[in-house]
Design a binder for this molecule. Structure first.
Ligand SMILES: NC(=O)c1ccc[n+]([C@@H]2O[C@H](COP(=O)([O-])OP(=O)(O)OC[C@H]3O[C@@H](n4cnc5c(N)ncnc54)[C@H](OP(=O)(O)O)[C@@H]3O)[C@@H](O)[C@H]2O)c1
Length: 333
């Protein structure tokens, strides 16, 4: 059984704990919050839990072996570092780290301490995501793709009122690209590799981060266009263009519809995909596979692939952000 502790008491942590419990391979044992009452309110529904309001006490809990970190983005690095130094595996919400330097330091430290670091990029762990990956090489050459993930954030109302909520703040490494754009970028990098060049055309908010933007990821023989944003809603589907037809997807996260239209035959091939009600179960299963079989070379290889994917996505996002002139406090360290 994996003994889990959590940092961050918003709804996403409940969703992860429920997913983890559903796998029957994790047990929540500890909750950290800045306030004891918040920790207790979060933990009481899960039974016998230890509570901590300071991180030294929390990471000192000997029976907790793995920590899920879902705090504001800019806090992930110090919290993950402290957890790793205390000998804990860390599952860090996307975007795991603000800069390539932070990412590199954590990967190295986790290896040194012989613990595991996972970026919780849920879409790449979906069975449907792998189904698409396996389909790609079965068709003709790829000519391009268009991915979209844009959703109005209720927290944008506060920005309009002159406030700076964490997710729209450069102090907390927020913005559309960091929050939602990272999913289509994960899809592009996982399916096609790291792009040779990137361009990000962002519309910045008064807070300094991007509210909406369009990216072009350039590969040797094709381009991938990505639309992302947190100040508007989009129902746009995603597509991958091949020499011999087009793969239509409802999205590149929570994929529940995938169909290939073949130009010559005018036939449509429907791929067998579905999305689970709790979209975090598949990643929780994947992380447990590695944590429970740390010395299995096959699991070790999967782990290395995810770590290198996380590094490539982080480097790609950092480059895009730099181009768009979005500066986080984390850049100034
Ligand atoms: N995978 C997904 O589908 C998904 C969905 C949503 C969010 N996320 C990720 O989860 C993370 C958290 O996002 P969120 O929207 O929940 O963030 P948030 O509401 O800004 O903060 C999350 C938690 O961090 C603590 N916190 C808030 N402000 C803080 C501050 N100034 N200093 C220290 N702690 C603070 C709070 O817990 P306490 O009050 O208990 O200390 C809060 O519940 C982000 O990395 C985000 O990208 C992932």
């Amino acid at each position: 059984m994996i003994h889990l502790g959590i940092i961050g008491t918003n709804w996403i942590t409940d969703q992860f704990v429920q997913a983890a419990h559903e796998t029957k391979r994790y047990q929540l044992v500890a909750v950290y919050s800045r306030k004891l009452a918040t920790a207790q309110r979060f933990g009481e529904k899960y039974g016998d839990i230890e509570y901590a309001t300071d991180l030294d006490t929390f990471f000192g809990l000997a029976h907790m072996d793995t920590v899920y970190i879902a705090s504001p983005n800019s806090l992930h690095f110090e919290q993950a570092k402290q957890g790793i130094l205390a000998g804990k595996n860390v599952i860090v919400e996307k975007p795991a780290f603000s800069t390539p330097e932070e990412m590199a330091e954590i990967i190295e430290l986790a290896n040194q301490q012989q613990v595991l670091f996972f970026e919780a990029a849920r879409n790449i762990h979906e069975a449907s995501f792998s189904t698409v990956a396996e389909f790609l090489p079965t068709r003709g050459a790829i000519l391009g793709a268009n991915f979209s993930y844009m959703k109005y954030s209720s927290r944008y109302d506060a920005v309009l009122a002159g406030e700076e909520p964490n997710i729209f703040s450069p102090h907390f490494s927020g913005g559309a690209l960091a929050d939602l754009g990272v999913y289509p970028i994960y899809a592009a990098v996982a399916w096609f590799g790291k792009p040779q060049d990137v361009h990000y055309f962002a519309r910045k908010l008064p807070t300094g981060v991007d509210g909406i933007g369009t990216a072009v990821l350039r590969y040797a023989d094709f381009d991938v266009t990505i639309q992302t944003g947190k100040i508007a809603d989009s129902e746009l589907r995603s597509e991958i263009y091949f020499e011999d037809g087009t793969l239509d997807l409802n999205a590149v996260n929570a994929i529940e519809e995938a169909a290939f239209y073949e130009r010559k035959t005018k036939q449509t091939q429907v791929l067998a995909v579905s999305a689970l009600e709790n979209p975090m179960i598949e990643e929780a299963q994947d992380f447990a596979d590695i944590i429970e079989n740390k010395n299995d070379p096959q699991q070790g290889q999967r782990y290395e692939e995810w770590v290198e994917l996380a590094r490539s996505v982080n480097e790609t996002v950092a480059l895009m952000r730099k181009q768009a002139g979005i500066v986080f406090d984390a850049d100034k360290k």
